[in-house]
Design a protein around this ligand. Structure first.
Ligand code: QZP
Length: 410
């Protein structure tokens, strides 16, 4: 670590560590610890960005939309100088006032009131999925061995979410690869971002097609967004891009979130037992897993002016890299931060962000995860890892590629 005096009134520790190497993506915690301990703001020379990894500063950065803009993109690429890989999102990659109408529409469409009607249906679908998976993978001894990712975490969201949006139902296998690319594209132009380059035009064309009014079912989140265009809450040009946000942000994230709850329950048998005794803790289990794993690990903002933070100065125009996952394990904020603990209060975690852009789909994500979890609890008396799990590498997302589980039938 060296001290670089980039400004007259402040020094910022500088580091050449690269958060986007395969080994840092696989196991980010040692690097995150190092970043937090270096100071509140660190200059990362590899990418010419300012990194923030402590809870207090991550949270205040997320809430500081006035100085930390999303309009130049929330990835490493600065849209002022680099052409984005697709037309920018009207929600994610905009600032007020442009951001406000799309956000207001989507927050109503995905709000707790609208979601209420899915609870019963999704609970029933989760129970059916669990039954069929347990039957298929049952061994003689009253236990099942399965891959928690391909058999559960990927299946349930793809069963309920595209249907709730109102997609026609063919081509759904495109959703995860499209999302995987979108989240890789927030990072640097490395091998992960270049992965599947030959398929991106086809995936993009498919997603864009699904956003058209004629493609969408008469009911669903998609139709609700188009109805907002009829009411002139948004324009007809905006509607398909807002549907696109659902398809980009709503699938991979929930898959990884669900897989991570399964991982922490399998790794903490006493917490699983506690949860079986008190199924109303399902929601706490989901939040605690989100805090610890933070499916969305990082994203960026762009400074609109010189910004003073703690003792540091972040110069106008610079990209700021916020480590949500590091903030959610900051010992300054959380006691025993690396412990999966269903008795703690995980509220205030920043896995869904904070402020104006805080995840508008969070109620959908929570409902999916709790429905699946509550379907498992009565059927499974114990979960454990049957082999070492494998990470799925992505520049932004942290999750599992394979999660080998052994479950004992209740
Ligand atoms: C991705 C979109 C944490 C965010 C980067 C997740 C995300 C949110 C919105 C969109 C994409 O609007 O396309």
């Amino acid at each position: 670590m060296t001290l670089s005096a980039r400004t007259s009134n402040a020094t910022v520790p500088s580091s050449d560590l690269d958060p986007f190497t395969p080994s840092n993506l696989k196991d980010p915690h040692p690097m995150q610890h190092e970043l937090r301990e270096m100071g509140p703001v660190i200059y990362l020379s590899t990418y010419d960005v300012y990194a923030i990894a402590r809870y207090e500063e991550v949270r205040s950065s997320l809430e500081n939309w006035q100085q930390f803009s999303s309009g130049a993109g929330v990835g490493l690429a600065n849209f002022r100088y680099e052409e984005p890989w697709r037309p920018p999102s009207l929600l994610l990659e905009t600032d007020p006032p442009k951001h406000d109408a799309p956000r207001a529409v989507l927050s109503k469409v995905l709000g707790p009131r609208q979601l209420h009607k899915f609870r019963e249906e999704w609970s029933a679908k989760a129970a059916d999925l669990v039954s069929s998976v347990l039957t298929r993978h049952r061994r003689g001894r009253g236990d099942v061995v399965l891959d928690g990712v391909s058999q559960l975490a990927e299946v349930f969201p793809l069963q309920v979410f595209p249907d709730a949006v109102g997609l026609e139902g063919s081509g759904l296998e495109n959703l995860l690869p499209y999302g995987d690319h979108a989240f890789n594209a927030f990072g640097p132009n490395n091998d992960l971002a270049a992965k599947r380059a030959d398929q991106i035009p086809r995936l993009t064309a498919w997603v864009d097609q699904q956003c058209q009014r004629e493609k969408l079912q008469a009911t669903g989140f998609g139709a609700d967004i188009w109805a907002a265009a009829d009411r002139m809450d948004i324009t007809a040009d905006q509607a398909p891009l807002i549907v696109r946000s659902l398809l980009t942000a709503g699938v991979d994230t929930t898959v990884y979130g669900i897989a991570s709850v399964l991982y922490y329950l399998a790794s903490n048998p006493q917490e699983y037992a506690r949860l079986r005794d008190r199924p109303e803790l399902a929601r706490a289990a989901v939040e605690e897993a989100l805090r610890l794993e933070s499916p969305v690990q990082t994203f960026f903002r762009t400074a609109l002016e010189d910004v003073h933070m703690a003792d540091a100065l972040i110069p106008d125009g610079q990209k700021i890299l916020m480590f949500l996952g590091a903030a959610n394990r900051d010992p300054r904020r959380w006691s025993q931060p690396d412990q999966f603990d269903l008795t703690r209060d995980p509220s205030g975690h920043v896995a869904f962000g904070s402020g104006l852009h805080q995840c508008v789909g969070q109620h959908v994500a929570r409902l999916e995860a709790t429905c699946l979890l509550q379907a498992l609890l009565p059927r499974i008396s114990r979960i454990e890892l049957s082999q070492a799990p494998q990470r799925h590498l992505n520049n932004t997302l942290m999750g599992w590629e394979r999660l080998p589980l052994r479950m004992e039938l209740a």
